[in-house]
Write a protein that binds this ligand. Sequence first.
Ligand code: SF4
Length: 624
Amino acid sequence: MKRILLYEPRYKNKYPPLGLMKLSSYHKTLGDEVIFVKGNIKEVYLKQLSVYLVDRFTKIENDIIPETILDNVFYYLKTGRTIYLEAIENNVGFFFPTIESWLRKAFRDARKNKIIDDLKWDRIYVTTLFTFYWDITISSIKELKPYIKNSSNMFVGGVMASVLSEEIENITGVQVVNGLLTDSKRIGLTTNDNIDLVTPDYSILHQISYTYPEWDSYITYATRGCIRKCKFCAVPIIEPDYVSYIDIKKTVKEIDSKYYIRRKLLLLDNNVLASPFFKDIINDIIEVGFFRGAKLKQKTKLYSFYLLLKKGTNSFEYSVALWKEILNFVKQLNLSNKKIASDILDKYFKTDNFVPNSFSLIQCFEELDRNFDIRKITYKKRTVDFNQGIDSRLCNEENMRLLSKIAIQPLRIAFDHWSLRDIYINAIRLSAKYKIRNLSNYLLYNFEDKPEDLWNRLELNIKLCEEFDLIIYSFPMRYSPINDEQKLYQTRKYIGKNWNRKYIRAIQLILNSTKGKVGRNRSFFERAFGKNISEFFEILHMPDSYILLRDIAEKEGLTDNWRSLYREIKEEDPEIIGYIENYDLSLIPDKILITYKDFFNHYYCKYDDLLSIKLNEGRYRKSS
Ligand code: SF4
């Protein structure tokens, strides 16, 4: 049995790492022990080291009860504080001096990143995502290197690794596996299995504290690759061949039988409408229970994890999951019930940091259930989401009719450029005709488009909502190169040829208040983005603090004052406006600053200045 570490850097992401989940399933079938870590490898190592050391202590002193010292051993290794040694001393006897010397050495070694050979992993797999997570990804890979037994068994894969394989290998010295893992030989195994087709192991997600927003989804593909080669897109690099049909039925059924039954079906297909088997794909979706109007009879997580733990597979993962759910359940009880539940927990759970054994967890659940009746069932609406969007150029009567037969919500239709508007409008008309009312789209900007193209597309969506009584959410998405010579991909500082730093910042600030999306409310849209293109450009030039704290700046008369100066200067000396677009006041010559000081003074007004106006009004003060 090999020890396998699956690792994802500590960035926030929506989707769980499918590649690692497939590797987990695969290694488990080989009889290996798999652990999944997101971010804090040191913490995980120290926990493993604590268990390892306590096991050794019990060999020299039989009377030690591991649960009585585990937490303190862990805290000591983490902090080096002697109070934890004293607490350990209270629970061990004659051999304490030996144990203390082992602990002190272990603490020193851990500080220096000297990893105990027995606890090194046989294989480490690191996943990567966007290229702008460059820094955190590279530092994570470097941090992991002392934890591998043999560096030739450490691999990096995923999106960023596929796009920047050479750069990553040069900087970290770790092998990159780019593209899809269709052959296990590529990771040095003697088998030649297609790991990309393995059903992902959803149970490993319970091993970490991070909750992926899409945790309640089956995440899979009915096709791979794309028939097109858009310049801004990484798909042609990562998935160069178009695979027109993948049977999702087997995957969904396997997930249902082994893991928690999911409410959503999230299909990450890049261009599903290009498939000649689209009708079969829709039939598969219907067959696995995602027909229009479908509802799921779903047990609570607490109850489901209890049943899964009783089944016996993935017992470590479901022990962690049930443990977390029990603690969450107790947290939300009222005071008197919390007291009863805490007494039950104290009977079964002996440490704060280490997962109780499955027997204790099952007993604990059953005793809680006798007191609180926790075997709940709920009914939830099921939804299907082709999350990468469908290609408006391929929408027609037949495929829209087919889409209307499944629980699609939302239907995402790509609208990457204003020049596609007629095709896009046709796709929206067809959606309305087939009563697909919840729509959404990503609007690419900062590529070869102009700022007015973004406003036009947003406004068109509002018009279409009004005309067809639809709900369209638009998600403006800033273009960042996936790879470029100046290495701007590492920092997300790329500026498209028709954009500038001020405009980009202004769009970010507007989207800040809308949580990144724009809905169907016209008055809201017009206030945020302007009633017309001229107002839109005015907002793009507005001081940042006036955009972010619009109400305060307007109430104080600052916006009106700024606006009249802006209009006057734009009319008489339009080149002065260019200084704002550079987004760096220090580059403006003194002479200009002095001549137009009333205008430029507005740009020195910071968020805090405006907030303090608000605070002085007392509106945010706590009542005494
Ligand atoms: S159609 Fe979509 S998935 Fe295909 S290459 Fe263009 S952007 Fe990428």
